[in-house]
Design a protein around this ligand. Structure first.
Ligand code: ADP
Length: 299
């Protein structure tokens, strides 16, 4: 505006043209000023948004990293403890006057098996955090229950826990990641053992499998302390624990795995004492549709 006006002859002071040129000059600089202020403010707002986004992304990456680290620490603890215990037993048999080489060989085989299991667990945690649906095979849940009980047998006998298994003999197989389902069972059994170990009452662990509609259902019942009414669903939150040595990751990992298999995990009080944890999984093929049990109410 100002440049073309500069070519006009200078108007007489205080005339209409004089004031018009002044007003146009002020308007021109005001427009430039307002546009520049607006542009600069917009740039700063975008910069702040970009920085906040970057920070959020960094925090989210850190949280995922923490979750992976916590899961690895939690899941690998069990096979590592088993390796240490078996190694101690192995050295004991070796240090005898007449070393019992058969028992030592057996201990070494168990150590190797537990080492492989720890490796598989780590590989599976990596896979699950990458959202991979792989390594799913047809799994026999009753066989999985037997294997999990074998792995926990030392702890079960140490705490003098009576084990009752009530498998459904016509259970359809499920398509699932075997190692992950084994982790779920081991976590739920370990929780039941920990809950019963804290009490002097008769200790009974009852595992059952059944079919319900197109689902396979597993229940793990204990006669332990039970879940306090004030805790409810909170027990499934990461880092929630009521145990001094607990990490609070077990149940959240279990729920994550079961839901990744399109199943559900919940608990209900056991009568007269303890807790029952249930989980369901979609069945792949039904052998015998006649066997059906009613599913108990979700808590
Ligand atoms: P952690 O075992 O490390 O505490 P979990 O996520 O496995 O972590 O369990 C969270 C909490 O849920 C436990 O601290 C306990 O209070 C409660 N809980 C889990 N299983 C049982 C059970 N079978 N009986 C009673 N309480 C349980």
């Amino acid at each position: 505006i100002e440049i073309p006006l500069a070519y006009y002859p200078t108007p007489i002071r205080f005339s209409v043209a004089f004031y018009t040129i002044r007003i146009l000059g002020i308007a021109a600089s005001a427009v430039v000023l307002v546009v520049m202020v607006h542009e600069i403010t917009t740039l700063y707002v975008r910069l702040i948004q970009a920085l906040r986004g970057q920070r959020r992304e960094r925090e989210a990456r850190q949280v995922t990293g923490d979750a992976v680290a916590a899961s690895i620490a939690h899941e690998v603890k069990q096979p590592l403890t088993a390796i240490i215990t078996t190694a101690d037993a192995g050295s004991f048999f070796l240090d005898r006057d007449v070393p019992d080489l058969d028992r030592v060989r057996e201990a070494l085989a168990r150590i190797a098996a537990d080492g492989h299991r720890a490796g598989e667990v780590i590989e599976n945690i990596r896979a699950s955090f990458r959202n991979e649906v792989r390594n799913r095979t047809l799994v026999d849940i009753n066989e999985l229950i037997r294997d999990a009980l074998l792995l926990e047998q030392d702890d079960l006998s140490k705490h003098k826990i009576l084990v009752q298994v009530e498998p459904s003999h016509h259970l359809p197989q499920v398509r699932a990641n075997r190692v992950q389902l084994q982790q779920v069972l081991l976590n739920l059994i370990a929780n039941a053992i920990a809950s019963m170990a804290a009490r002097e009452q008769p200790r009974t662990l009852h595992l059952a499998s059944s079919t319900h509609d197109d689902e396979v259902m597993v229940s793990i019942a204990d006669t332990g302390a039970g879940v306090g009414a004030q805790n409810g669903e909170r027990i499934f939150s990461p880092h929630f624990t009521t145990r001094p040595e607990g990490m609070g990751m077990g149940l959240s990992i279990c729920r994550y795995i079961v839901e990744a298999h399109e199943g559900r995990l919940w608990f209900a009080p056991n009568m007269p004492q303890g807790a029952i944890f249930y989980f369901t999984l979609g069945a792949e093929a039904r052998d015998d549709p006649t066997e059906r049990h009613a599913a108990p109410e979700a808590s």
